[in-house]
Design a protein around this ligand. Structure first.
Ligand code: HEM
Ligand code: NAG
Ligand code: NAG
Length: 498
């Protein structure tokens, strides 16, 4: 009896100690022992974690501290000041271990997006430098992009013509084009739009991102438990079976490249460049981090980060323009005036302030990565004066900043003009708008993404009129959930403009 009493008291003491907040921890709601606050997020918003976090922040302040799981501190950052400080603080530049993400990279910490320290710096730098040399963000891949734009337009034209009411379903239609651009840089080849193997890979990639659960996915679960219990894998959402075919496909492509064995001046794509570096390092540096597994993981990261986000941005921009016909017409007028009978090019871009403001406003209203991939406190540090313990997971809420009524008048309203000067001749860049993040973790694909987003959306709007389907609800702005947000499939009436 006494023994049980003591044991119980000890246990309670232990649990209380585990859930005790460190000194000067940011304010926030308390959860239950063991599970922390995890069961309560949905009471703030049943569907979207980024909205739940914004609402919690409206009660507790711009920096909120809470726990998920038995001992994982989570710091939610929702104001511009705190966001900027966090993104520029290198002690908050880590990434937490995550079984879900490691399932994509052979169960090891590989790739770029979910690694940190020396390994991350070396691999990120190498990848950025060579993608830039290969044409990332330069006009040299503009031709390639315009080829994809042309194909997409033909596809939509054909779909519109073959329906008596010219109704086209735009679900998933931009992914092929976006992936082809990435694949050209990475592997030097492109897919046919209707290639069935390619379609399978796209579906797997999309499913992985659509079914991801942000908070469950970052619960720290020891590897041995994961291996042993399928229900734990399922609960936190480890989906290795979706990734295996992608890994296999990339591996085969790398093997093709190895057989071709290009001479130095023939290194025409990222795989060539990386294989060359691997060879070089193998001779000089036996403990090299340039390995085939790392190459595969990097490619998986580029596609994971690049494909869904870029095609989602194009999709949301079109939805906003379907819902607001006036804005669409104004954009068309500007495009006609500046580009004449041609498709918009990167050179036109600086002469298209209205178009630019539409693109920005769509990104502000429909933020594709409302929570960045989680950051991680590498050591004890400070944020707005609060203590952030080492090991904290830091959740950066871009959505909350872009919807903050302190900086944006009627934040929920889609109004491109807010990004323009009074006479509409110039884009005003707001300090409170950074859809690609800030600091050293900032999006690695920003320049490519911006060009792709611009060229596709502008060309589509120049070429077609997009209108709502009569007698049906307007296409929805409610995103589909996941690690990044997607648009719901939507039908529109598409008419070619002459
Ligand atoms: C409109 C499209 C895109 C948006 C809105 C976007 C946004 C972002 C954001 C907000 C981050 C997180 C920054 C942070 O953790 O603090 C990020 C990271 C990243 N993005 Fe993008 N991105 C887009 C397209 C792309 C493309 C096309 C690529 C690749 C080709 C790409 C590659 C990456 C990578 C590799 C990271 C991780 C960087 C790191 O952890 O060091 N993104 N992106
Ligand atoms: C390779 O990665 C390890 C960590 O995995 C790191 O300690 C080491 O510094 C890296 N090597 C180089 C050359 O960056
Ligand atoms: C046009 O659409 C029809 C029916 O949807 C399809 O069979 C045909 O292959 C398409 N043509 C092209 C060039 O995409």
């Amino acid at each position: 009896m006494i023994f049980e009493l003591c044991a119980t008291i000890l246990l309670i003491g232990f649990i209380l100690k585990m859930t005790k907040r460190p000194h000067n921890f940011p304010p926030g709601p308390r959860g239950l022992p063991l599970v922390g606050y995890l069961p309560f997020f949905s009471s703030w918003d049943p569907q979207y974690p980024h909205k739940a976090m914004k609402k919690i922040s409206e009660v507790y302040g711009p920096v909120v501290g809470l726990y998920v799981g038995p001992s994982r501190p989570v710091i939610s950052v929702c104001s511009h000041e705190a966001m900027k400080e966090a993104m520029l603080n290198d002690d908050l530049n880590g990434r937490p271990d995550s079984a879900v993400m490691m399932a994509r990279t052979f169960g090891e910490k590989l790739g770029i997006m979910f690694v940190m320290g020396q390994f991350w710096q070396e691999q990120r730098q190498f990848t950025m430098r060579h993608l830039r040399d290969l044409g990332f963000g330069k006009t040299s891949i503009e031709d390639q992009m315009m080829g994809e734009v042309g194909d997409l337009i033909k596809d939509i034209e054909n779909k519109s013509q073959s329906d008596p009411e010219r109704i086209v379903d735009l679900k998933g239609i931009f992914q092929v084009s976006v992936i082809n651009i990435l694949w050209a840089l990475v592997a030097g080849e492109r897919f046919q739009r209707h290639d069935s193997k390619f379609q399978d890979l796209l579906r797997a990639n999309e499913l992985f991102f659509r079914t991801g659960k942000i908070f469950r996915g970052s619960m720290p679960v020891p590897a041995f438990l994961l291996k042993r219990f399928r229900f734990i894998r399922e609960f936190i959402g480890v989906k290795a079976e979706l990734i295996e075919p992608i890994q296999k496909f990339i591996k085969e492509t790398i093997e093709d490249h190895q057989q071709r064995n290009p001479s130095d001046d023939e290194a025409g794509d990222f795989i060539d460049v990386y294989l060359k570096e691997m060879k070089k390092q193998k001779d000089e540096n036996p403990s090299t981090n340039f390995t085939e597994k790392q190459l595969i993981s990097t490619i998986i990261d580029l596609f994971g980060a690049g494909a869904e986000s870029t095609s989602g941005s194009i999709g949301f921009a079109i939805i906003h323009l379907v819902r607001d016909q006036q804005v669409q017409q104004k954009m068309q007028m500007e495009l006609d005036q500046v580009c004449g009978e041609f498709f918009p090019t990167i050179n036109h871009r600086s002469s298209l302030p209205y178009t630019e403001s539409v693109l920005m406003e769509a990104q502000r209203c429909s933020t594709i990565a409302p929570l960045t991939p989680p950051h991680y406190a590498i050591k004890d540090t400070k944020l707005l004066g609060y203590t952030i313990p080492q090991g904290s997971l830091v959740s950066l809420n871009l959505h909350a900043v872009f919807q903050d009524s302190k900086y944006w008048k009627d934040p929920e309203v889609f109004r491109p003009e807010r990004h323009l000067n009074d006479d509409g001749s110039k884009v005003i860049k707001s300090d409170h708008f950074y859809p690609f993040g800030l600091g050293k973790r900032m999006c690695l694909g920003e320049s490519l993404a911006k060009n792709t987003y611009f060229l596709f959306t502008a060309a589509l709007i120049k070429k077609f009129r997009f209108e709502p389907v009569p007698n049906e609800p307007l296409p929805s702005l409610d995103p589909t959930n996941g690690f990044t947000l997607g648009y719901q499939g939507f039908k529109v009436v598409v008419t070619p403009r002459s």
